[in-house]
Design a binder for this molecule. Sequence first.
Ligand code: F42
Length: 144
Amino acid sequence: MPLEGEYEPSPEQWVRDQVEQYESSGGTEGTTLRGMPVVVLTTRGAKSGKLRKTPLMRVEHEGRYAVVASQGGAPKHPVWYHNLKADPRAELQDGPLRQDMTAREVTGEEKARWWERAVAAYPDYADYQKKTDREIPVFVLERV
Ligand SMILES: C[C@H](OP(=O)(O)OC[C@@H](O)[C@@H](O)[C@@H](O)Cn1c2nc(=O)[nH]c(=O)c-2cc2ccc(O)cc21)C(=O)N[C@@H](CCC(=O)N[C@@H](CCC(=O)O)C(=O)O)C(=O)O
């Protein structure tokens, strides 16, 4: 059952624009960042209850996805991290494919495996982690 509710666009223009292009083209345009594939994660705002849509780098393995709360190596988690912790139900758009997902933050050995896949998909993640003492969280998304 897809998440329902009022969509509240990101306050960041470039983010809003990428979501708009991605969705209005049915997932055929606005699907990359510097040539690397991007997905759009929809979460429920932990306070507002509104729908938040967040472009993220695409990390996929055998039908499961990871999303990486890197925010460029900033000292604080991105806000969408707290949304997923409060409500793990999400929707993921990968190109034209939209799927209902449940998110689970991973740790230890499982996180190390997914971190490797994430860095392979988007090498900048490794630089972001070097830039901050914050341990960058990873969620695995599995189809509902
Ligand atoms: C700016 C802020 O966004 P954020 O959720 O912190 O997420 C920051 C970024 O991670 C987000 O902009 C990403 O899309 C940036 N980004 C990536 N960010 C990443 O962390 N990882 C990526 O791999 C990534 C890739 C990427 C690719 C393309 C692109 O365009 C952007 C990309 C935001 O939307 N703030 C809102 C609030 C959002 C929100 O969810 N509010 C909650 C409250 C939550 C609470 O306060 O607990 C609510 O509605 O209830 C606001 O200030 O009004």
